[in-house]
Structure formats: structure tokens, C-alpha cells
Design a protein around this ligand. Structure first.
Ligand code: UDP
Length: 366
């Protein structure tokens, strides 16, 4: 019996690390000949999850994690998109990868991979892909969701309890959840429009409102004033236990930036999305969700009015459509929920695909 070791280098950001770890766990459950080394890049701008990582490592001896050295974050540049910061940050990190050379000295001849300043050990599946010009094999293995706990030790336990307790007190299928990912921060003017739209829609809401780093007095006044005017209708939290929230029976819809994890989590629990892409591949995800799959409600950005500001009226319209109990989108999302669960269970398409990937890895290693 041959053993294989895979090395994962997830992009910085909790969303990438969690899906890498969840996939590693799934592969090991399937075939214990495979082990994993995960190079972990801690990204200073977003919440991290030491408790989640510790619990995975404690329960999975076949996963080891190497923390790459922490580097100073680039200075904030409010006019640049978050992806730019990630790029600069990753560039700063590349020279420090030399410090882990020792870990791989017995791994055999090394490959030069574009984007890496160091030679990379070749003994993993990407080997064949790099040698061949043809399209690499694609294994569809999702969705990969961390369902057990909240993947964030920064989430204050008391706040977690408070949030879930508040949801418990709401009627079934009545609350709209708003969250724009681990980095999704809205401008003060956009926050104002959203607050206005939410208030006018009269819907109950839970809003994971991330404050910009330069949070000033005016923003605080806005939040306080908004909360006062919506009374018991809503709750604002900084970081939400998103998976637990989406699983809660009180949730009727999700206003989301369409990060891939958020889409998967939402479909897993059958919660329709009002799409609000902000940056990176979110635009494409949002487009596919609405136009190709009919799995999300469209929010129209008015480019003429003020940049890509979404106005309160449009937000109100979108939320009203999102909460429609009989919509086609809701029906389709329910169907997708069933399909997602089938895909990862024994005999499902993702289950079979994972098996195929493992066979290919083991075969190529012989
Ligand atoms: N998340 C969370 N609470 C928050 C914000 C985000 O639990 O307040 C989690 C969310 O459940 C998801 C991940 O962080 O698993 C965000 O990943 P996604 O791909 O949706 O967006 P990104 O953060 O990469 O933009």
C-alpha cells in the first residue's frame, strides 16, 4: 500500500483555509493513505481562527500545518481594492518561504513554478498538469463546508450566544441576514443607503456590519441612529457565526457579496441570496447565480448615480423580492439544497469525484 502526501498552499484568508482543511479531512476519511501538509498564510486584515485549526489538527494526525512567517501588512490604501492588498501582502511573503526549505529537503527534484521564488517539490498532483499543455483534469468535490463550529476564535463567545438567542426569539422564516464576507466593508454612504433600504422594507434583519478601519464619529452616530429607528426589528453584529445563522429556522434570505463559501453555505441550508458582489470573482459568481442558474435574486447597481452605489429604493425592492415565499428562486434553491447534500454523500457525484482524485494521485505516485 502506497502512501501519498499532498501539499496545499491556500490563498490568505479564512475562506480559503477552511475549505482546504475541510477537503483534506474529507480525503482522509475516504482514504487514510493520504496525508496533507498545509502551508498557512495568516492574513492580518481579517479575523482568524486558531481554535478551529487547533481542533482540526488535534483530530487529524494526518494533517500537519506549517505557519509561514508573519510579515508586516502593507499600509492601508483606501482607494485600492482588497485584492490589491492581498497581492502586495503575498509578494512580501515570498522571500520568507525560504525559511521552510528544511521541511522539504528530502522531497526529490524540484520544480520551478511561475509565481514562486523558490523551487517547489514536485511530488503532488500538479506535477502532471505543469508538464502537460492540455487541460488538467478537474475533480468536482464540493461543497466544502465547516458545519460544526464557528471558524473564528475572534468571535466573542458572548456575542455569539447573544446573536443566536436573538434569532431564537424571531418568528420562523422572518429574518434577512446581511454579510459581505471576511473583508467586505461598505463605504459610509453605501451603509447609509442600505440602512435606509432595510428600514423601508420593514423586514427583520441580522447585519454583520464590518467597520472600515477609519471608523469615525459620524459612522458611529449612523449605526446608533439606525438601530434606534428600527427598534426590535434588527440586530447588528461585527462578525456573525454565519454557518449557524444560515442554518437557523428564522432566516428567510441572505444579502451576500457572493464569495464562494457564502454561496455554498447558503445553498446547503436552502437560503436564497440577494446578490451584492463587491470585488474579485464575486461579480462572476453573482452573474452565474442569477443569470445562469436562477439561484439568486438580482440587485441592480446604478452606475450613473454615484459610482457603483446601490440606492435605498433598489435595496428595498431587492429585499422584498428576496423574502417572497413563493418565488421561483426559492424553489430552485430548495432543489439545489437536496442536490448538494446528495453530491457529498456516499455514491454522490462529489463523493465519486473525490475517489477518482485519490486513485489518480496514488497511481501517479507509484
Ligand atoms: N464568515 C463568517 N462570519 C462573518 C463573515 C464571514 O462566519 O461575519 C465566514 C463565512 O461563513 C465564510 C467565510 O467567512 O465561510 C467567507 O468566505 P467567502 O468565500 O464567502 O468570502 P471571502 O471572505 O473570501 O470574501
Amino acid at each position: 500500500m502506497k502512501n501519498s502526501e499532498l501539499i496545499f498552499i491556500p490563498s490568505p484568508g479564512i475562506g480559503h483555509l477552511v475549505s482546504a482543511l475541510e477537503f483534506a479531512k474529507r480525503v482522509i476519511d475516504y482514504d487514510s493513505r493520504i496525508s496533507f501538509t498545509i502551508l498557512c498564510i495568516k492574513f492580518p486584515f481579517t479575523a482568524f481562527s486558531n481554535s478551529y485549526i487547533k481542533s482540526v489538527l488535534a483530530s487529524q494526525p494526518r494533517i500537519r500545518l506549517i505557519d509561514l512567517p508573519e510579515v508586516d501588512p502593507p499600509p492601508p490604501e483606501p482607494l485600492k481594492p482588497p485584492v490589491y492588498l492581498i497581492y502586495v501582502f503575498t509578494e512580501r511573503l515570498i522571500p520568507h518561504k525560504r525559511q521552510i526549505d528544511d521541511e522539504f529537503k528530502d522531497s526529490g527534484p524540484e520544480l520551478l513554478i511561475p509565481g514562486f521564488s523558490n523551487l517547489v517539490p514536485p511530488k503532488y498532483a500538479i506535477d502532471d498538469i505543469l508538464k502537460d499543455e492540455k487541460v488538467p483534469p478537474i475533480y468536482t468535490v464540493g461543497p466544502l463546508i465547516e458545519l460544526k463550529g464557528q471558524p473564528n476564535s475572534n468571535l466573542d463567545q458572548a456575542q455569539h450566544v447573544k446573536t443566536m438567542k436573538w434569532l431564537d426569539d424571531q418568528p420562523p422564516s422572518s429574518v434577512v441576514f446581511l454579510c459581505f464576507g471576511s473583508m467586505g466593508i461598505l463605504s459610509p454612504s453605501q451603509t447609509r443607503e442600505l440602512a435606509e433600504g432595510l428600514k423601508n422594507s420593514g423586514v427583520r434583519f441580522l447585519w454583520a456590519m464590518r467597520s472600515p478601519p477609519t471608523k469615525d464619529h459620524a459612522d458611529r452616530t449612523l449605526t446608533e441612529g439606525f438601530l434606534e429607528s428600527t427598534h426590535d426589528n434588527g440586530m447588528i453584529c461585527g462578525w456573525a457565526p454565519q454557518v449557524g445563522v444560515l442554518a437557523h429556522k428564522s432566516i428567510v434570505g441572505f444579502v451576500s457579496h457572493c464569495g464562494w463559501n457564502s454561496i455554498m453555505e447558503s445553498l446547503w441550508f436552502g437560503v436564497p441570496i440577494l446578490r451584492w458582489p463587491i470585488y474579485a470573482e464575486q461579480q462572476l459568481n453573482a452573474f452565474r447565480m442569477v443569470r445562469e442558474f436562477g439561484l439568486a435574486v438580482e440587485l441592480i447597481l446604478d452606475y450613473r448615480s454615484d459610482g457603483d452605489l446601490v440606492l435605498a429604493d433598489e435595496i428595498e425592492r431587492g429585499i422584498t423580492q428576496l423574502t417572497d415565499r413563493d418565488s421561483e428562486v426559492r424553489k430552485k434553491v430548495q432543489e439545489m439544497k437536496e442536490k448538494a447534500r446528495k453530491a457529498v454523500s456516499s455514491g454522490g457525484s462529489s463523493f465519486i469525484s473525490t475517489g477518482r482524485l485519490i486513485e489518480d494521485i496514488i497511481d501517479r505516485n507509484i
